[in-house]
Design a protein around this ligand. Structure first.
Ligand code: GLA
Length: 741
């Protein structure tokens, strides 16, 4: 999988479908030679000649250029671009040396190829066995200083996945200041690329945006510290004409929950440079003698057949190599969360009543959201005071009550925060994270705890222990409702380190929690889906996707989220939103980790009966939604429809989802299902007919107009043994919502 040709000094990282070639040039500089569909022979002399011919008039480096080899620091494709040398297209790494110079120039020192992968310390990461992948570790050394940089390239055998991470080692006797360090650099010839990114805001958590890669450059970033909707760290770099199922597409994502940045642009020679890094606008890090710095992992996925393949690869990788094994296949409980139904207005009896009602409609888990601790009856106090408000709720009694009914019980916490009005702030104002020369900005009346300080991490963990050791809690919703501002700690205002150290502290706290309570199902959250990333998924198998539970909005938010994250990670609940019927809202919520967010006592008997039915179906479909292959069919960002289907791995069953936004009176439309076995016969629950897979995939299912606004449909395809006679069924052409579930 990873070969090194000693004669040509070229590495070839490859599996059956993907090749990545790196050369060491005569100056010891790492050159990017090729990335793309599997290529058995590179003919390197032709690749370099290509540049020689085209750029012969440029100032090639005379030391190494002759007729057979051309290199120009200015224009060649690099793997680790230097800083402040001739290449001015964006550096991979910038270090301020002891003499204040920030020139960085790393050259080849050594390499090794190992089975399996290396994992960055203190950071979440993909987990993989020695049979699944190989890693190339190339060590570079600064030309002048004893500073070493290890570049890790992990290639997977059966997935087109390259995971990149890097480690800097200061072996000088001086303090150096790291000002920028990337996780990945990809320099490739231009093919008219576009970038698909996800931006958003509260209650509008992720929206798809596609922009052309230009010479003006583009920055996709987050700089709010730890929670932010500005950009998600998942992006696609796609050929201009690529579609869901056609064309070359690269996917990238960082295993990190803090400030990140992608710099993407065309250079003067129309070549693309993409850098993925810790956001250097808010980063600098001092490294003393023998200290090291490790970057978060950046995963690169390659597809030569469109966006769907990138999504499927991300989904497989996240399910198999990131999420805790225990939760991947296990049926996730159907939950009801108290927030939108009760907000802060509850007591022991109301929660017990909720448990009774939830039991009646066959819900598995009752979650008590915000408001059970300190004196918190509004969002303006008590974060940090993790003691049960006994006047309001008898926590033991409600948990026992749920368990006595064979149900599970969950609790909300927001451990990284401190309310200005809290006993904790009164006792330990120094625990709050802000620069003491400034008046702190209160967002939602609260401040962030200084998790750069281990004492604070230990303190919070002890408080959590008091709750989770003493109450048999099955599920925990871990929230984070404001971003970082006025950066500084009590005794240290080194802003550049604080953002990253805060995230390391968060990961420390989460690791301690996971270690002590490995069986508690953790759902992270950040004012909805403000921290939906691979870093969080390492700890929590599901993330609350958005505080917006309106089905029209949810269809968009979930479609965008599906591009990078498996459906089993997407917390999606049915709320009391008036937009559509309970049944239609349930269809939208079915494609995630399912639950409710409403006051059951306010529902009609008819709706309660529907919930019982819905819950049964959710359980039937669970294995397809959580483990199947996802195929987008129609993007709601580009059409009137959100349409997709999921196929079980053995292609025995599929679920098809369709939602339309505007009514259509006269248009014809067929849903052409994807990913079925063309030779299998499938019964479909929409028309109650049996057709062969190739019929569903090539002709499709007729859902022509009239279509009402907000029409929500879902149907199941199930493999059957023989082709039952297909009855011409006129009614089948009129799509009836009642029949869809
Ligand atoms: C955030 C979450 C909500 C809820 C509230 C409680 O906004 O996204 O789901 O938990 O906090 O304060």
């Amino acid at each position: 999988m990873i070969d090194f040709n000693k004669k040509t000094n070229i590495f070839h990282l490859h599996n059956k479908e993907f090749s990545y070639y790196i050369g060491i040039n005569p100056l010891g500089i790492l050159i990017h030679l090729y990335s793309g569909e599997f290529l058995s022979e590179l003919y390197p002399e032709r690749v370099t000649e290509r540049y020689a011919e085209r750029f012969a008039f440029l100032d090639g480096d005379k030391e190494v250029c002759d007729e057979s080899y051309y290199y120009s620091e200015l224009s060649s494709l690099h793997e680790c671009a230097s800083n402040l040398k001739a290449d001015r297209r964006g550096s991979f790494i910038t270090i301020e040396h002891h003499n204040n110079s920030t020139i960085t120039d790393f050259r080849y020192h050594s390499h090794k190829i190992i089975k399996g992968k290396v994992n960055p310390k203190g950071l979440p990461h993909f987990k993989a066995s020695e049979n699944e992948c190989e890693t190339l570790i190339i060590t570079l050394k600064d030309v002048n200083e004893e500073i070493y940089l290890e570049l890790n390239y992990t290639l997977f055998k059966d997935l087109n996945v390259l995971i990149r991470s890097n480690k800097l080692i200061n072996k000088t006797s001086n303090l150096i200041k790291l000002k920028r360090i990337s996780s990945l650099e990809l320099d490739i010839p231009n093919k008219d690329y576009e970038v698909l990114s996800l931006h958003g805001t509260w209650a509008n958590d992720r929206e798809v945006e596609i922009n052309k890669v230009t010479h003006a450059g583009m920055i996709i970033d987050e700089n709010h510290g730890a929670r932010g909707f500005k950009h998600n760290p998942g992006i696609l770099l796609k050929e201009k004409n690529s579609t869901l199922d056609y064309g070359e597409v690269y996917g990238f994502n960082l295993v990190y929950s803090g400030n990140f940045k992608y710099e993407i642009g065309l250079d003067q020679w129309d070549q693309v440079r993409l850098l993925a890094m810790l956001n250097d606008d808010t980063f600098s890090f001092n490294l003393d003698k023998n200290e090291t710095f490790e970057t978060p992992e950046c995963v690169m996925v390659y597809s030569n057949s469109g966006i769907n393949k990138v999504s499927q690869t991300f989904h497989d990788l996240i399910r198999d190599n990131l999420i805790e094994k225990e939760f991947v296949k296990k049926e996730r409980p159907i939950l009801i969360n108290s927030w939108e139904g009760f907000y802060f207005d509850f007591d022991t009896n109301r929660i017990k009543k909720l448990i009774d009602e939830a039991k009646e409609v066959n819900i598995d888990l009752v979650v008590l959201d915000d408001g059970w601790f300190g004196k918190r009856n509004a969002d303006n106090s008590s974060l940090g005071d993790w003691t049960v408000n006994n006047e309001k709720i008898n926590l033991k009694e409600v948990i026992d009550y749920a368990h006595s009914k064979d149900m599970k019980f969950g609790l909300w916490v927001e451990p990284e925060m401190i309310s200005y009005d809290s006993d904790l702030y009164r006792a330990h104002p120094e625990f709050a994270l802000f620069n003491r020369d400034h008046k702190p900005t209160l967002l939602r009346h609260q401040l962030v705890l200084d998790l750069t300080n281990d004492e604070v991490v230990d303190y919070v963990f002890d408080k959590l222990k008091n709750i989770f050791d003493n109450y048999p809690i099955d599920y925990c919703k871990w929230d984070f409702n404001r971003h970082l501002a006025d950066i500084g700690t009590f005794d240290n205002n080194n802003e550049g380190e604080i953002y990253h150290r805060f995230i390391l502290g968060t990961y420390k706290l989460l690791s301690k929690f996971k270690e002590r309570y490995p069986h508690i199902l953790l759902e992270t959250c950040s004012a909805g889906g403000g921290r939906f990333d691979l870093g969080m998924l390492y700890y929590s198998p599901q993330i609350w996707c958005s505080d917006n539970t309106n089905p029209y909005s949810r269809v968009l938010i979930q479609y965008a989220t599906n591009i990078f994250y498996p459906l089993s990670t997407i917390g999606s609940h049915v709320s009391a939103d008036k937009a559509l019927s309970i049944q239609d809202k349930a269809i939208v919520a079915a494609f995630g980790t399912f639950g409710y967010e409403l006051d059951l006592s306010k529902l009609s008997e008819e709706d309660k009966a529907k919930i019982v039915e819905i819950n049964k179906l959710i359980r039937d479909w669970h294995h397809i939604v959580t483990l199947g292959d996802y195929y987008a069919i129609s993007s709601p960002f580009e059409s009137n429809f959100s349409t997709f289907n999921i196929v079980s791995k053995e292609k025995k069953e599929a679920l098809v989802f369709n939602f339309n936004f505007r009514p259509e009176q006269t248009k014809g439309r067929f849903i052409r299902v994807k990913g079925l076995d063309k030779n299998k016969n499938y019964f479909n629950s929409l028309t109650n007919d049996v057709y062969k897979g190739d019929f569903y995939m090539n002709v499709g299912i007729n859902i022509s107009a009239p279509i009402k606004e907000g029409m929500t449909m879902m149907f199941v395809l199930k493999e059957v043994n023989s082709l039952i006679k297909v009855v011409a069924n006129k009614k089948a052409h009129a799509v009836k919502r009642e029949k869809l579930m």
